[in-house]
Design a protein around this ligand. Structure first.
Ligand code: SF4
Length: 235
């Protein structure tokens, strides 16, 4: 029997951040994460409802066949698939049939701390990993949030991947040092986006992050869904 996975939500929307912001996508949000990020938002992680076990009774248990069916029923034409969380790579083996069967661009939004076996699961080479490696502003300790071997392995095998960092306006020099520590020697695009789980908080950081990107030749990413919908889920 196929294993059930914790599914927080499956919905069709517009990608709100990163390299592919603005593209219509079907989103699969899986529950659970190996980090906690107490530094983000009032409740820590900005996707706390997909991480905190308190919300587990709101998550559905579906096997991969049921997940694929649900996604295919929402998808129109050749739209993108975005697999997010929590930390979706916790389930990278179980979701492989979806990676193999989906026709269209797939992005996995990950904290890049779980090693992917590209030899055994080669279709992951075609996937775009949006590596949102956490900085010290996440409140996580370095050895938990930065796994350089994992990052290098993803960059080497899934060449369309990119970095996506959450930045706040305090201590920009430290954040720059941390980004360089993580990305030096890896030739992937670097996106920075303002921290903030509400439009007001986002606005507080946006201008500083914009200038930070300009000064350091990073790409700027806004967070469209937070600007328009705030903390609303399923959009
Ligand atoms: S890695 Fe992402 S999903 Fe996990 S706790 Fe941190 S912000 Fe939340």
């Amino acid at each position: 029997m196929k294993k059930n996975l914790y599914v927080v939500e499956i919905f069709r929307s517009i990608q709100g951040e990163g390299k592919y912001a603005g593209r219509i996508s079907v989103f699969l949000r899986l529950g659970g994460c190996n980090l906690r990020c107490p530094g983000f938002g009032e409740k820590g992680c900005d996707s706390y409802y997909a991480v905190d076990k308190k919300y587990k009774n709101e998550w559905e248990k579906l096997n991969i066949d049921e997940i694929i069916k649900r996604i295919e029923s929402l998808k129109q034409k050749n739209e993108d698939l975005v697999i997010t969380g929590g930390e979706p790579t916790l389930y990278y083996r179980e979701i492989y049939p979806l990676i193999e069967s989906y026709s269209g661009q797939i992005t996995i939004e990950t904290n890049a701390t779980i090693d992917i076996n590209f030899k055994k699961y080669p279709k992951y080479k075609d996937v775009i990993f949006a590596m949102s490696v956490k900085l010290s502003n996440s409140g996580e300790e370095y050895k938990k949030r930065v796994k350089k071997e994992v990052i290098k392995n993803i960059a080497k095998n899934a060449e369309k991947s990119f970095f996506k960092f959450v930045i706040n306006k305090e201590n920009l020099n430290l954040q720059l040092k941390e980004i360089l520590d993580i990305t030096t020697g890896i030739d992937l695009d670097i996106y920075c986006m303002p921290m903030g789980e509400s439009p007001e908080k986002l606005e507080e950081n946006a201008k500083s992050v914009f200038n930070f990107c300009l000064e350091n030749s990073f790409c700027y990413s806004d967070r469209i869904h937070i600007r328009i919908f705030g903390k609303k889920k399923g959009i």
